[in-house]
Write a protein that binds this ligand. Structure first.
Ligand code: UD1
Ligand code: CA
Length: 459
């Protein structure tokens, strides 16, 4: 962490409509890697120890604010009409500190890295501001960086206002800049909208700075993608792919085997032990921890889960909110829902669903079974097609199954109910009463064999 000696205000511009997304959702709430674009920007701003975070909202303001409800330290500024980037910053001006540094970011430029922002902030003094620029083969639409013979920045000219000669400039404004706050208070009220777009351009502060004798120091980001904005679904998908590449590569650097880096997606934070293997088409969401030697086979979705060393999640499993201890065996086609806890060496096989239940050490739930609100002891065997009937339509009830119990196939355990240690349930039973330890519970119609002639078709 860096500690800044001066006050840092961060202003994030997020009032634009994003009409090209053709969406009911405000553009800045569209996700990259499962997280709203604006949330990425907020996280980066926090990472450089912003003293105050200002977000300028307009279109969809209520939705945007609601998304960040839990973050009480954001100062919201309202821009009712979008009259340009300079006008947008004006909306936050009265809440900025008197001095220090103001960093300007865009809510639709999600992947700016904190290291880049810190470097930009470090350029600022009373006599200097920092501007993030990139070189583009096709700079169409962007503001051009105009420099003099000594290569000093003189101004930014917007594409629509640029001369033929200026249009040939390939160094463009990313929009991200760091400015001495005291100067911003001076300059912003003096912006004019006499330009091709009739807007108040934030970029005009560059010429004002130069006019006042300040220097404009430029900086390029490590990756151009950090400064890419999202205006449509195509650009969103392009940034998503780039970012996934970065996230997956970071996991591989930590020692994870990824069978196809293009077919792993990460939408959250992943912690890994040694020699984890991730097969093709795996999606990791939320907070996921994978212990040493964990193998996730193809086509699994793993969300908010702890999976301890030596466990294998077989193909096509869906894991959400589960805590899985060591050397467990899950799937193929298993579904673990929130509150599923698998103790060491437990097995949950194909087409089984487990919700808010403990599967004890070495216990097996192998085929076509639903276990909900249950506590299963050690080394129990739950036969194929067993159902815990945990819900009466209103209330949920608990099923207890003791160590070493054996539940015959196709049994219904009507909760609340308790099956004792080493008890056995006969296949096809509907169990509604306690079965004591070591007893055999059978609750099904007795078999009768009758003499019987099947009806015959008339020929
Ligand atoms: C701006 C820059 C341009 C730069 C480009 C980089 C200006 C005048 N131009 O151009 O030099 O190359 O970004 O992408 O600054 N916004 C508001 N309120 C407004 C206007 C914009 O909140 O009134 C927000 C938008 O939602 C967006 C950001 O500011 O997040 C940039 O706006 P946009 O219209 O994309 O800027 P450009 O005109 O493309
Ligand atoms: Ca733009």
């Amino acid at each position: 962490m860096t500690v800044n000696a001066v006050t840092i205000d961060v202003v994030i511009l997020a009032a634009g409509q994003g009409s090209r997304m053709k969406s009911a959702l405000p553009k800045v709430l569209h996700p990259i890697a499962g997280q709203a674009m604006l949330a990425h920007v907020v996280a980066s701003a926090k990472n450089v120890n912003a003293d105050k975070l200002h977000i300028v909202v307009g279109h969809g303001a209520d939705q945007v604010k609601a998304h960040f409800q839990s973050e009480s330290d954001i100062a919201w500024a309202m821009q009712l009409e979008q009259k340009g980037t300079g006008h947008a910053v004006q909306m936050a001006l009265e809440n900025l500190a008197e001095s220090g540094v103001t960093l300007i970011l865009y809510g639709d430029v999600p992947l700016i890295q904190p290291s880049t922002l810190q470097a930009l902030i470090n350029l600022v003094s009373d006599q200097q501001l920092g501007l993030l620029t990139v070189n583009m083969d096709n700079p169409t639409g962007y503001g051009r960086i105009v420099r003099d013979r000594e290569h000093n920045v003189r101004s930014i000219v917007e594409h629509k206002d640029a001369s033929e000669i200026e249009l040939a400039i390939t160094e463009v404004n990313t929009g991200i800049m760091a400015v001495p706050t005291a100067k911003l208070h001076e300059w912003l009220p003096n912006l004019s909208n006499e330009n091709a777009q009739g807007e108040y351009y934030l970029t005009d502060v560059i010429a004002m700075a130069v006019g006042a004798g300040l220097t404009v120091e430029t900086l390029q980001p490590e990756f151009a993608e950090e400064t890419y904005g999202v205006n449509n679904r195509q650009q969103q998908a392009e940034l998503e792919r780039w970012y996934q590449g970065r996230l997956v590569s970071a996991l591989m650097t930590e020692g994870v085997t990824v069978l196809d880096p293009a077919r792993l997606d990460i939408r959250g934070s992943v912690r890994v032990g040694r020699d984890v293997v991730l097969d093709t088409n795996v999606l990791l969401e939320g907070a996921v921890t994978l212990g040493d030697g964990v193998v996730i086979e193809s086509n699994c979705v793993i969300k908010d889960a702890n999976i301890a060393a030596g466990t294998r999640i077989k193909a096509f499993s869906h894991i959400d909110g589960a805590d899985i201890e060591q050397a467990c065996d899950v799937g193929p086609y298993a579904r673990l829902r929130p509150g599923a806890q698998l103790k060491n060496g437990a097995k949950v096989g194909n087409f089984c669903e487990v919700k808010k239940s403990v599967i004890g050490e070495g216990s097996k739930v192998n085929h076509l079974t639903y276990i909900g609100d249950a506590e299963i002891g050690k080394h129990a065997n739950i036969g194929a097609g067993t159902i815990t009937c945990n819900y009466d339509g209103v209330n949920k009830f608990k099923t207890e199954i003791g160590d070493g119990a054996f539940i015959g196939s196709n049994s219904s355990l009507v909760a609340p109910v308790s099956i004792g240690e080493n008890a056995t349930i006969g296949a096809g039973s509907t169990i509604t009463k306690t079965v004591e330890s070591h007893k055999l519970g059978v609750a099904r119609g007795r078999q009768v064999n009758l003499d019987w002639q099947r009806p015959m078709k008339k020929s």
